[in-house]
Design a protein around this ligand. Structure first.
Ligand code: UDX
Length: 461
């Protein structure tokens, strides 16, 4: 049974431990969460667990029905258990009716997507549409909380829309409360945040949002209060830095490969310096996902719009594009040619523990391999049905062993732990030639070499 409370292993010294949430005016609030994606569903179920009364708005009635039955229509570890627990607690409901859901809600959290539009700038049209509706049904004292990742200045522009479109919306505050949830770890991250960021210019509204979180705390979690723009920038800067750190270790691995040094060892020792830290120093096929790529493009787009030339983020983007070519070259280096070669691919999503294919490195990498004449037999334990749309031409198989049948090379693109537990002797016995490119360094070189594989990794000599 997962313990759903903020920092359940907390020290308890910095804040009173509560076994049951405060009730009444000092306690639970009526909260509306708009958008039942992985962020919105986690936040809605999480806030309900804190003791608030939560109504989550989702425009897709089918998804409303599924979630109301305790079924999560996408892959997110622990979320189904949290959802069922919050539904059983009687504090969580789902609806498609935004106006009804907003009525009486103290805070309306917006968790809708802000994908890259053409040219890379974030598209906030979904948010604008919701604000236009809210401007007709909000009243003074209610708070709009933007949890979506939004360009710097968005809160200010949405406030203008709110006031222009609605008569009674003066006195409705707009707060930024960016999330730092990692896909596959979102439930853990929600209950174990490193910090909570609340941006706005109304002390009362900021305090209300801070209280919403304090209700869930069993240990001290830093609550950072600032203005809207700073909160918006903190989110982008954090993600661009994470991409920078991964991009650095990917290039370090290439250099280590060249001089026969173990990059994993180098990164491990680097990370012992608290100024560097161990996290995000694992070389890979490149960084992807629904956030880092779009956030880097928005960061660069903002700079370009201001005529500010940023060298490092631009280089981070370009290095990541080169990483895809580098992975394809590693396969070619092992095989001599890609023409008419069969490649068994393990992992298609942008990382393990998710079903998300958005901006996955596998897409550009496999397109390069197929353009050069390779046949792809791909296994992924969680990728959704949208695979055919993003990777037409690949053959999807049902087991890792099928991807090895008659293959000339196994290409590992995600770090699912089940790939480490495969019978690699059996894998090799079914292959035409025994080659492995392990872009996640999840295999032990000495093990696979014992089974006669030529093994190429990311700086794991
Ligand atoms: C990211 C941020 O981590 C999270 O705080 C924010 O809220 C949303 O964006 P996510 O998109 O789920 O989360 O992916 P993340 O776990 O950060 O990984 C991003 C990419 O970097 C993935 O492709 C991953 O495989 C890659 N990565 C990450 C590495 O290659 N090496 C690492 O050491 C870490």
């Amino acid at each position: 049974m997962t313990i759903f409370s903020m920092g359940s292993e907390g020290d308890g010294k910095n804040s009173p431990r509560r076994d049951t949430p405060l009730s009444g005016p000092l306690g639970g609030k009526k909260i509306c969460v708009v958008g039942a994606g992985f962020v919105g569903t986690v936040a809605a179920a999480g806030f309900a667990k804190f003791g608030h009364e939560v109504i989550c708005v989702e425009k897709d009635p089918a998804r409303v029905a599924e979630l109301s039955r305790g079924k999560v229509p996408f892959f997110e570890r622990d979320l189904e258990e949290l959802l069922k627990s919050s539904l059983a607690g009687g504090r969580l409901t789902f609806t498609s009716n935004l106006e009804k859901a907003v009525d009486g809600s103290k805070a309306v959290f917006l968790t809708v997507g802000t994908p890259s539009a053409n040219g890379g700038r974030a598209d906030i049209s979904a948010l604008k549409d919701i604000i236009s509706v809210l401007s007709k049904c909000l009243s003074p004292g209610q708070i709009v909380v933007i949890k979506s990742t939004v360009p710097v200045g968005t809160a200010g522009s949405l406030k203008i829309i709110l006031e222009q479109n609605g008569s009674g919306t003066r006195g409705v505050e707009i707060i930024n409360n960016p999330e730092f949830l990692r896909e596959g770890n979102a439930v853990f991250d929600f209950f174990n945040p490193h910090r909570i960021v609340i941006g706005g210019d109304s002390h009362d509204a900021i305090e209300t949002v801070a209280h919403i979180y304090r209700m869930g705390m069993t240990r001290h979690v830093p609550i950072i209060t600032t203005n809207n723009e700073t909160a918006e920038m903190i989110k982008y800067a954090s993600n661009v830095y994470l991409a920078t750190k991964v991009g650095f270790v990917n290039e370090l691995a290439r250099l280590c490969d060249g001089v026969g040094v173990n990059a994993v060892e180098v990164a491990r020792v680097m990370g012992m310096d608290p100024r560097i830290g161990q996290e995000f120093l694992n070389p890979g096929p490149g960084w992807g996902g629904s956030c880092l790529p779009k956030d880097l493009m928005e960061f660069l787009g903002l700079a370009d719009s201001l005529g500010i030339s940023l060298v490092i983020p631009r280089a981070v983007h370009d290095a990541n594009q080169k990483q895809f070519d580098h992975v394809a070259q590693k396969v070619k280096d092992l095989l001599g040619t890609l023409e008419k070669k069969r490649i068994g691919v393990l992992g298609l999503t942008f990382k393990a523990d998710t079903s998300d294919l958005r901006d996955s490195p596998s897409i550009p990498i496999l397109k390069i391999l197929m353009e050069k004449g390779a046949e792809i037999m791909a296994f992924d334990p969680a990728a959704g049905d949208d695979l055919a749309a993003v990777l037409p031409g690949i053959n999807r198989v049902n087991t890792p062993y099928e991807s090895a049948d008659g293959s000339d090379c196994i290409l590992i693109l995600t770090e699912w732990s089940e790939f480490q537990l495969l019978d690699w002797k059996r894998m090799g016995d079914n292959m035409r030639t025994r080659n492995i490119v392990d872009t996640r360094n999840i295999l032990a070189p000495e093990l696979v070499k014992k089974y006669g594989f030529d093994y190429s990794s990311m700086g794991q000599i």
